[in-house]
Write a protein that binds this ligand. Structure first.
Ligand SMILES: NC(=O)C1=CN([C@@H]2O[C@H](COP(=O)(O)OP(=O)(O)OC[C@H]3O[C@@H](n4cnc5c(N)ncnc54)[C@H](O)[C@@H]3O)[C@@H](O)[C@H]2O)C=CC1
Ligand SMILES: [Mg+2]
Ligand SMILES: [Zn+2]
Length: 274
């Protein structure tokens, strides 16, 4: 399917038409493998799935397709031909647009599930009709889907790139560094702090590279490039297991998924230096 514009909305179309359904059983998406392609179901109504529904959201329109997200129960067989597959395992299988939509879909479901009660007074929250938000009828607290900004940075020293690995990475995989933005920080301050904390070095010459929504569980990755200035690699043992300078022309370790912005940062450096 071609890349198309997505228009978010909370108001479903008046006429029922065939829509794309992003159906989740926890973190697993309902997909159909067809002609070497992975698709999401197209139905007029969710009842065609034969699955019970816990919650449903209209997400908006992708091209001319209305899109819905649904959480279903743990038990019961998927419809014939379909399977529930972990969204992480689908990063490469789904097209860029479908993966982004699925990421949007699961985040809305998780926000709905995790914000059923007011965090301030404990009253049951109510959905607002006009925007994607919930309001407490008792104390008026409003809750929007949470997004957690995180920076990701590529540090280079001439033709060398700093790659590191944490203990929970796949064996032999190395990547660039990342970390969550704290309240009150600029993105640039987060980059400087995270690099100092995780690998103990100083960087400057920060440049914005790009961004990527990352639904595990609700990050927005903001990517930067930066130059090494000073310091020796000193690992934060809680976060990282190893960090090394790798020469662009040398043999590299296993790299992150080709659709991650981490990989784009690395490939961009390699293209420049090889
Ligand atoms: N798309 C991509 O290319 C990449 C995405 N990421 C994502 O970036 C994020 C940060 O990366 P890492 O530092 O490696 O993650 P991490 O999972 O190692 O998180 C570091 C620590 O931050 C704390 N934390 C968790 N959620 C937080 C929040 N919302 N706000 C503040 N602190 C929080 C926790 O103590 C956690 O152990 C993760 O969501 C990760 O999935 C990381 C690398 C590449
Ligand atoms: Mg980190
Ligand atoms: Zn309240």
């Amino acid at each position: 399917m071609k890349n198309q514009l997505f228009t978010p909305s909370v108001t479903p179309p008046e006429q029922q038409t065939v829509a794309l359904w992003f159906v989740f059983r926890r973190d697993r998406l309902l997909v159909l493998e067809q002609d070497q392609d992975i698709r999401v179901p197209r139905w007029q109504t969710f009842s065609e799935s034969g699955l019970p529904m816990i919650r449903q959201h209209f997400l908006g329109t992708w091209g001319k397709h209305p899109c819905y997200s649904v959480e279903t129960v743990e038990q019961g067989n998927p419809p014939t031909g379909f399977n529930f597959i972990s969204l992480r395992a689908l990063t490469l299988e789904l097209s860029h647009d479908l993966f982004t939509l699925a990421g949007r879909a699961i985040q809305i479901l998780q926000w709905d599930r995790d914000h059923q009660f007011c965090g301030r007074c404990g009253h049951a929250m109510q959905a607002l009709p006009t925007e994607r938000a919930k309001r407490c009828p008792s104390c008026a607290l409003v809750s929007y889907p949470r997004i957690s900004p995180a920076v990701i940075m590529r540090i280079t020293r001439g033709d060398e790139i700093l790659l590191s690995r944490s203990a929970h990475f796949a064996p032999d995989m190395y990547s660039v560094q990342a970390g969550f933005v704290e309240a009150g920080e600029t993105l640039e301050e987060t980059v400087i702090r995270e690099v100092q904390e995780e690998v103990g070095i100083q960087v400057d010459n920060l440049h914005y590279f790009g961004s990527q929504p990352w639904p595990f569980p609700h990050s927005l990755m903001i990517a930067f490039t930066a130059d090494y200035v000073s310091g020796e690699i000193t690992l934060d043992q809680d976060e990282l297991e190893d960090a090394q300078w790798f020469q662009a022309t040398a043999r590299l370790p296993k790299l992150p998924s080709p659709m991650s912005i981490a990989r784009h940062l690395i490939e961009d450096f390699l293209a420049e230096h090889r």
